[in-house]
Design a protein around this ligand. Structure first.
Ligand code: NAD
Ligand code: DAU
Length: 343
């Protein structure tokens, strides 16, 4: 089968490319990626050596380029990871999130309709459900939880989900959607919490924790997310949404402390700074549906995955140093330069 993976030069898409090449070696993977600031060909260096892998540079919102891709490649399956993915950037500049995440998804859906595919899979997020109260540990997001997005990022992802389901109902495009909790692991772009804290700690820089650090995220090792998507492609029912998560809720401050512990760095590096606008309090996925219907189970415990992730950043300094020594410096100054200390 020919599988087009959009956004495959990013964090989860890149990990998914390697997962598929390892577990489904008979398939051919075509990565279609615009190589925005978050896309990185260095991530795909090993994949480039594989005859069952091909890279095509292009924008999912560019209809002409997407149709050309479909004509050339004739994909059986399309898995859409391509997105603007960072909440903080969406608070600064929402427009690109609508263009890529909503209009880009719609272009892909039109191409699927025009050329015919056996499956379009949309990689969505638990953030479409909004947030849960911190003092109600009995509450979880199920597939039936109302969409209640908080940030321009999550609003754009929720809009895309609605468009995907509309193309199923209206045009019978065979779609599936996964809504996963926070991922962590190799190739994670340094703007996100875990890699940012690892890299700052390694550079003896302050670790900027938003507010009190009491917000809760439900962390899943990236390979477990990849296995869930592969399973949905193989056995998932079209028109269905599957939540993906491993019941691993952690307060941000505790995640940061664990990173410092692994690296043997002092907690005095932690600096509480101005909170994120509209900051979601708690995410928590109920994965009952994917477990019962498809038999999916996560395999990597947080302590193991976090240590493995820290070790990956220690062993792959060139990968992240190239990023943090470039345009990222301007980003960091803009986002953190004027953030007040809240100690
Ligand atoms: P990322 O920012 O690391 O990577 C995004 C990739 O998409 C990059 O390679 C970028 O170049 C590419 N891209 C951006 N705009 C494009 C466009 N217009 N055309 C083609 N390619 C484009 O993101 P990620 O963290 O790997 O997330 C991947 C997907 O998974 C996103 O859809 C995100 O919403 C979703 N998701 C992420 C998480 C998480 O914890 N990171 C959790 C659940 C869902
Ligand atoms: O839940 C899935 C989502 O997880 C994905 O859809 C998004 O694409 C992905 O970016 C992620 O969103 P978050 O906003 O949860 O991730 P982020 O790493 O940006 O932040 C995690 C938590 O850490 C959040 O509560 C904000 C906090 N934080 C983040 C940064 C970057 C800090 O305290 N300091 C920071 O410097």
């Amino acid at each position: 089968m020919n599988i087009v993976v959009t956004g495959g030069a990013g964090f989860i898409g890149g990990n998914f490319v390697y997962y598929m090449l390892r577990h489904h070696p008979q398939d051919t993977i075509i990565c279609y990626d615009a190589l925005t600031y978050a896309g990185n060909l260095a991530t795909l260096e090993e994949a480039m050596k594989n005859d069952h892998f091909r890279f095509v540079k292009g924008d999912i919102a560019d209809r002409t380029a997407v149709y050309k891709l479909f004509e050339e490649v004739k994909p059986d399956i399309v898995v859409n990871f391509a997105a603007e993915s960072h909440v903080d950037r969406s608070i600064e500049s929402p427009e690109i999130f609508l263009r890529t995440n909503v209009l880009g998804t719609q272009v892909l859906l039109d191409a699927c309709r025009k050329y015919g595919i056996t499956r379009f899979h949309q990689v969505s997020t638990d953030e479409v459900y909004g947030d849960l109260p911190i003092d109600r540990p009995d509450l979880f997001f199920t597939e039936n939880t109302n969409l209640h997005a908080s940030s321009p990022y999550s609003a754009s992802k929720a809009s895309a989900d609605l468009m995907v389901l509309a193309y199923f109902r209206t045009y019978n495009v065979p779609v599936t959607i996964s809504r996963c909790s926070n991922n962590y692991g190799p190739y994670h772009f340094p703007e996100k919490l875990i890699p940012l804290m690892i890299i700052n700690a390694l550079n003896n820089k302050k670790l900027p924790v938003y507010g009190a650090g009491e917000n809760v995220r439900d962390w899943l090792y990236v390979e477990d997310h990849c296995s869930a998507i592969a399973l949905i492609l193989g056995k998932g029912r079209v028109g269905e949404v599957y939540n993906v998560g491993g019941h691993n809720e952690q307060k941000n401050i505790d995640v940061v402390r664990q990173i410092l512990q692994i690296l043997d760095r002092p907690e005095t590096l932690i600096e509480h700074v101005t909170d994120r606008k509209g900051h979601d309090l708690r995410y928590a996925i109920d994965p009952t549906k994917i477990r019962n219907e498809l038999g999916w189970q996560p395999t990597t415990k947080f302590a193991v995955g976090l240590k493995r992730t820290v070790e990956w950043y220690l062993a792959n300094k060139t990968w992240w140093e190239t990023i943090v020594n470039g345009e990222y410096q301007n980003y960091y100054e803009k986002m953190y330069g004027n953030r007040e200390r809240r100690d």
